[in-house]
Design a binder for this molecule. Structure first.
Ligand code: TXA
Ligand code: MG
Length: 354
């Protein structure tokens, strides 16, 4: 599929979805790998493509906020809270978990009685979802889509990332719709409202594009954390979003000390990643030929936007390790800090040269 013919590309993509096939498409958070959410076999194909365990639910993407109610079954109290969030944040990077309507196939909910729904704001996602809903002509028109990456790997924020990730499927005809770089750059914030009427309030399952403080301002009450009874979220696995190259997180001081010691004892090159404002603190490393320094923006939103492209580029750079400066503890960094700690968790127990 080429970027030059957006309308034709969309029409083809809708056709593929209607026939039960997969389509990769842009959203403002990350690119998604989509299928007709009301077709269990099509949804199953997403799991196969990603190598994702079948008990991990996928998010259903809808064209308009009002479509939410066809997918869920809610009491009045829960509906009022969901409506407040929808009015404020949709279309946008917020996923709501609610009790699933009985008409919804179990495949999208990973066997749970809940469903995750999101209305993305990206104009290409909007156009695709609207065209798909029109073509379906039924109430239940939605596109089930996890991030378009292999299970546990880094999410894609541009079409080329998807083509890199699924080269085999693309060769076999997987359409990848162009939509430029994803503006938010990390996955949607996920809140659980499925147990609101039981007095569990609104629980934050995954920090992301919408900050916790923005949610609290609208809700007028604090968010709850998760517990054992909360719906399962694969993005909440301790290790997730991982590159193939080992990545480790450091305070700035540790980073410099550790890198100098490492250089003495090992061969090969390492990548160091930090924010623009931190460059001055690592001058001792700057001139070393075996250290490659990458700089990310100082603000949380800019950093999030650049994060996955940077991880992917460094992962292909042939480095022995990626040494990453921890981000600030302030709440606006929560989404980025969460992704970095999960990316690093996969390598926490493997420190061969240390
Ligand atoms: O920004 C995003 O959310 C992107 C774009 C493509 O929309 N999608 C995304 O999908 O990140 P995925 O599958 O990589 O992560 C979706 C998360 C998973 O952790 C999944 O477990 C959770 O949403 N989820 C979906 N439905 C759920 C449900 N019924 N109950 C609990 N968690 C659910
Ligand atoms: Mg994902």
């Amino acid at each position: 599929m080429t970027a030059g013919q957006p309308e034709q590309a969309l029409a083809q993509a809708v056709d593929v979805l209607l026939r039960g096939g997969l389509v990769a498409f842009p959203t403002e958070t990350v690119y998604g790998l989509g299928a007709d959410a009301s077709n269990p076999e099509a949804v199953h194909a997403i799991y196969l493509a990603k190598g994702r365990p079948s008990n991990h639910p996928v998010i259903v993407h809808v064209a308009q906020a009002a479509d939410l109610w066809s997918w869920v079954s809610v009491d009045d109290q829960t509906k009022a809270v969901a409506q407040r969030l929808v009015d404020q944040f949709w279309p946008g990077p917020l996923t709501l978990i609610l009790k699933r309507n009985e008409a919804v196939p179990e495949a999208v909910s990973g066997g749970q009685d809940t469903i995750g729904v999101r209305c993305p704001s990206h104009p290409v996602a909007q156009a695709l979802l609207t065209a798909f809903a029109q073509a379906r002509g039924s109430e239940l028109a939605g596109v089930a889509a996890p991030s378009a990456n292999r299970f546990g790997h880094v999410s894609p924020t541009r079409a080329q990332h998807v083509r890199d990730e699924f080269a085999d499927l693309v060769r076999a005809g997987l359409p990848v719709i162009e939509g430029g770089d994803s503006e938010v750059g990390i996955e949607s914030t996920i809140v659980d409202l499925s147990r609101f009427s039981l007095g569990h309030g609104v629980a934050l399952l995954r920090p992301g594009g919408i900050s916790a403080s923005a949610l609290v301002r609208v809700l007028g009450e604090p968010l709850k954390g998760t517990d054992d009874q909360a719906p399962r979220v694969s993005g909440s696995l301790k290790a997730h979003y991982s590159p193939h190259t080992p990545i480790r997180l450091y305070s700035l001081k540790q980073l410099v000390q550790d890198a100098l010691a490492w250089l003495d004892q090992n061969t090969g090159t390492v990548a160091v990643v930090l924010r623009q404002c931190e460059l001055g603190a690592i001058q001792e490393l700057a001139t070393n030929q075996r250290i490659s320094i990458s700089v990310l923006p100082d603000d949380a939103a800019g950093y999030a936007r650049a994060l996955y492209a940077c991880l992917r580029a460094l992962d292909r750079g042939g480095f022995v390790e990626l040494r990453w400066a921890k981000v600030p503890p302030e709440p606006e960094w929560a989404g980025v800090a969460d992704r970095l700690s999960r990316a690093a968790a996969a390598f926490a127990d493997s420190r061969p040269n240390h």
